[in-house]
Ligand binder design. Structure first.
Ligand code: B1M
Length: 211
């Protein structure tokens, strides 16, 4: 019998092969792809996110769980498209211009993906024009920016300004070790998150969804 709880547990434990095997089994048993996603893969990543926020697990465990989740997503994605299951919203994410730090940004991207968002990851050293044009092309609801250097933080203000000037109806959210809520308020960003798990909560709110 399809074991959605088992999929969630295997994600939590980072057991990629078990996730793959159980997702295939659930597909064979005609479980709806949307249920495999939400009650299996996303449920598992939600637990990891919660534990990460409480410092019960650390970056390596999150990366391993995200890798397991991605293995399942790889099998599920074509079926999700076919069955019309839509992502919650699209988030364009990147590290701002002049900044090459991407470990935290990658974690945020993975958690967002695990939370049901479609993520367009632009990488590092991304200027305002690229953020804006990618959001336009992908129909994103949110632009997410990461910065790890005090010298690159002002780039976030440039992106917020560029978004406003473009007239795009897209929310902006920021994060990274030196970034704070008061900095977000100062530059007029719509949201701030201190860590990858709470980034999912912030994005959910900004996209006008539940929570
Ligand atoms: Co650099 N570095 N680094 N570095 N580096 C720091 C950031 C630094 C604090 C080290 C120090 O001096 N103690 C310092 C910055 C000082 C400052 O500006 N205040 C620094 C410096 C100075 C530099 C260079 C200038 C060094 C040099 O060349 N002289 C240089 C700059 C290069 C550049 O970017 N142009 C540089 C280079 C590098 C490496 C390339 C060697 C490497 C980066 C590798 C990579 O990312 N692929 C590196 C690393 C690894 C670090 C430290 C050690 C670790 C950063 C990290 O990955 N943390 C860092 C010191 C430290 O933090 N202890 C340091 C783990 C990661 C999971 O956390 O990124 O904070 P973090 O992400 C968190 C949250 O912040 C949040 O969620 C994540 C997960 O919970 N978050 C978001 C992040 N983005 C978010 C976005 C959101 C929401 C939440 O919404 C969209």
């Amino acid at each position: 019998m399809a074991d959605l709880e088992g999929i969630a547990s295997a994600v939590i434990e980072g057991k990629r092969e078990v996730v793959t095997q159980k997702v295939k089994q659930a597909i064979d048993e005609k479980v709806h792809p949307g249920d495999i996603l939400t009650k299996g893969l996303i449920a598992g990543m939600a637990v990891i996110g919660d534990r990460f926020r409480k410092n019960e697990v650390y970056v390596p465990e999150v990366l391993i769980a995200a890798r397991a989740m991605r293995a399942g997503m790889g099998i599920l994605e074509p079926l999700l498209v076919k069955s019309g299951v839509k992502p919650l919203a699209t988030v364009v994410i990147g590290t701002v211009k002049g900044d090459l730090h991407d470990i935290g940004k990658n974690l945020v991207a993975m958690m967002l993906q695990g939370g049901g968002f479609k993520v367009v990851d632009l990488g590092t050293d991304i200027g305002p024009e690229k953020f804006v044009s990618s959001a336009q092309e992908s129909g994103a609801s949110i632009i997410g920016m990461s910065a790890l250097l005090t010298t690159t933080m002002p780039q976030m203000a440039s992106v917020v300004k560029a978004v406003k000037e473009s007239g795009l109806k897209v929310k902006t959210m920021i994060g990274g070790a030196p970034v704070t809520q008061s900095y977000a308020d100062e530059i007029g960003a719509d949201g701030y998150s201190p860590d990858a798990a709470s980034a999912v909560v912030t994005a959910t709110k900004l996209a006008g969804l539940k929570k």
